[in-house]
Design a protein around this ligand. Structure first.
Ligand SMILES: *Cc1c(COP(=O)(O)O)cnc(C)c1O
Length: 379
């Protein structure tokens, strides 16, 4: 078992590229040949393909997933002082744009099993100033959208889903309807950062919505607030997806279903091996969502995590902590907004989570080597 260790990576973008190199190279060269670098037909083509894939009315591409969140919040016409409920256990971008827009982030706890925003915590955080809730479909599984939508509807609060880690995941409502992550709330956002489940070769992002009105707001805001050239109706931003990135994404979208299946296969193999190890909690699979495993994240005893990481590193297996510090404990967020209580689940997760290699090119030999190594550590 020495070979599979050769180059185990958290994410393997190079081998994924090599599988479809001729098509990707041709797509890039096609853009260069026509020099349609900005606002080329490749962008609207990709937007339509992704809308069809997700079964959502409107997809508006933009420069990155952080911009997508910002533009979505701007499109809702939120005003300084409005409160936005976000989970404390997430990537910083979710709260960052709230603070940048002069809105008030209200940090709430997550569910200890699913790692996604706690519906009960949202309920407790709602105030007359609450205008928006931002569930994050963390690590590739949808938050409890039905519960969240019910609370938000009752209080006339909007919902923007941060789907940066969950493209292709589907949520099943209790009536049996299934809807793509990001197409459930008023707006959804995603990121095409290279290591995301659908990644481009640089930065990229998109906003989704089923509302024609919100879609036109998003388009206008992302293009300097102009509905027609040189007529600026609102203060906007400049946030575009390059044509070359769109052309790459169109090629990769053809493989997204297969990429998702490859991730799920790795996750199943990890689950199978770890299920019987008492010190490991495998990822919880909610009945209401598929899981697209942007990350495969286990919980281990806090006292063993650092040693496990060192042990794995000695065996040439990378691992990462997503995320080591709760947002409320970050220096930048001291005194910014409100924090709902002491967030016990978030604190516990920050001490216990560990993400293992997860990508579309992992071989089952590599996965066996990883699981055997982890098992040996806990034996
Ligand atoms: C990656 C990510 C973002 C930001 O995306 P960028 O394209 O890097 O700006 C936002 N939210 C979550 C949960 C993410 O994982």
């Amino acid at each position: 078992m020495s070979f599979p260790t050769a180059d185990i990576q958290m994410v393997d973008l190079r081998n994924q590229y090599l599988q479809i190199k001729p098509a990707i190279d041709a797509a890039i060269l096609g853009c260069i040949d026509t020099t349609t670098f900005i606002k080329g037909p490749q962008v609207s083509c990709f937007e339509q393909q992704l809308a069809a894939y997700l079964d959502v009315q409107h997809v508006i591409a933009c420069a990155n997933g952080t911009d997508a969140l910002q533009i979505a919040m701007m499109a809702l016409g939120l005003r300084p002082g409005d409160e936005v409920i976000v989970p404390a256990f997430t990537y910083v971008a979710t709260a960052e744009v709230v603070a940048l827009l002069g809105l008030t982030p209200v940090l709430v706890d997550v569910d200890p099993d699913t790692f996604t925003i706690s519906t009960a915590a949202i309920e407790a955080a709602l105030s007359p100033k609450t205008k928006l809730v931002v569930p994050v479909h963390l690590f590739g599984q949808c938050a409890d959208m039905e519960g969240i939508l019910a609370r938000c509807a009752a209080h006339h609060v909007s919902v923007v889903e941060d789907s940066a880690q969950a493209i292709g995941a589907r949520y099943t409502f209790s009536n049996g309807d299934t809807v793509a992550a990001g197409a459930i709330g008023d707006l959804g956002t995603t990121s095409f950062f290279p290591s995301k489940n659908l990644g481009c070769f640089g930065d990229g992002g998109a906003v989704y919505t089923n509302s024609a009105h919100l879609a036109s707001n998003v388009r206008m805001i992302g293009n300097h607030g102009q509905a027609r050239k040189y007529e600026h109706e609102t203060v906007g931003v400049n946030s575009r997806l390059d044509s070359i990135q769109a052309a790459i994404l169109s090629e990769k979208l053809k493989h997204l279903t297969q990429y998702t299946q490859a991730r799920q296969q790795v996750a199943d193999a990890y689950d199978q091996a770890f299920r019987t190890i008492e010190s490991i909690d495998i990822p919880f699979r909610a009945a209401y969502s598929t899981h697209v495993f942007h990350q495969y994240t286990i919980k281990v005893p806090a006292s063993r995590r650092a040693d496990l990481m060192v042990y794995l590193k000695q065996k040439k297996i990378p691992s990462m902590i997503y995320y080591p510090i709760p947002l409320n404990a970050q220096k930048a967020y001291q005194g910014v907004g409100r924090v709902m209580g002491d967030l016990p689940a978030t604190r516990d997760l920050c001490k216990r989570v560990l993400s293992l290699p997860m990508h579309t090119e992992l071989t089952l030999d590599q996965v066996s080597y990883i699981t055997e190594t982890v098992a040996a550590f806990f034996a």
